[in-house]
Design a protein around this ligand. Structure first.
Ligand code: NHR
Ligand code: GAR
Length: 216
């Protein structure tokens, strides 16, 4: 039985591409992307979806008077595709509690920081301003609390002299492309669960910051 993913994007969609590639290479067994939905009609990720033969759709937040009405329309659209998992991949709209509750335990995000550091926006500049020695990305379950749901896995990169927000973003993205399909695979396989406020993999509660991804 196939696990249907719906991927939500707002921009370039390089994480979406990582999912497309992972499926093509057999690293996400029994998964298919049922649709890609953007809140921005111009998002380049919609073109990536089309190029891969995947349904590309848009729910433009500017067509709605409130977050609640936008989220209701988005939820209905996702349900139309019978999504088992919903993947936020550079999706830039904060979601309402009703939406999050509806997809509870099957809604993942990747955030470009080592959570719980720097929830919200402009993470790389904030890491630089703080004089941090490392940056990274974290895959987490989405809960009502913005970037506050339990972490599943993170990967780190060193911050070197001369790094800018742009160089960090570039280096962190390549880690994102590895860890995000991995976490989605565990969820699709039924090995990963949200239990209360904890992420549980193979019946073991994951560490506060999630697993540490180590390349070998
Ligand atoms: N929604 C909930 N309820 N919980 C989370 O953890 C969420 C979420 C929605 C998106 C992604 C998140 C990130 O990884 C995410 C996590 C957007 C903003 C934001 O401030 C912040 C964090 C994230 C996504 N968005 C502005 C807003 O008013 C709009 C910014 C823009 O359009 O450029 O929604 O970083
Ligand atoms: C990624 O770095 C992702 O972690 C971040 O945006 C980038 C999207 O890249 N997400 C957020 O900042 C969510 N607020 P992509 O469109 O190429 O996947």
């Amino acid at each position: 039985m196939s696990c249907k993913l719906v991927v939500l994007i707002s921009g370039s969609g390089s994480n979406l591409q990582a999912f497309i590639d992972a499926i093509a290479e057999g690293r996400l067994p029994n998964c298919e992307i049922a649709a890609v939905i953007s809140n921005k009609p111009q998002a380049f990720g919609l073109e990536r979806a089309q190029a891969a033969g995947i349904t590309a759709d848009c729910v433009d937040h500017r067509d709605f008077a409130s977050r609640e009405t936008f989220d209701r329309a988005l939820q209905a659209k996702i349900d139309q595709y019978h999504a088992d998992l919903v993947i936020l991949a550079g999706f830039m709209r904060i979601l309402t509690p009703d939406f999050v509750l509806h997809f509870k335990g099957r809604l993942l995000n990747i955030h470009p920081s080592l959570l719980p550091k720097y929830p919200g926006l402009h993470t790389h500049q904030r890491a630089l301003d703080a004089g941090d020695k490392e940056a990274g990305a974290t895959v987490h379950f989405v809960t009502e609390e913005l970037d506050g749901g339990p972490p599943i896995i993170h990967a780190k990169i060193p911050i070197n002299e001369g790094d800018t927000a742009a160089t960090l973003a570039h280096n962190v993205l390549s880690k994102e492309h590895t860890i995000y399909p991995l976490a989605a695979r565990w969820l699709a396989e039924g090995r990963l669960k949200l239990e209360g406020k904890k992420a549980v993999l193979d019946d073991k509660t994951l560490p506060e910051n999630g697993l540490h991804y180590q390349e070998d």
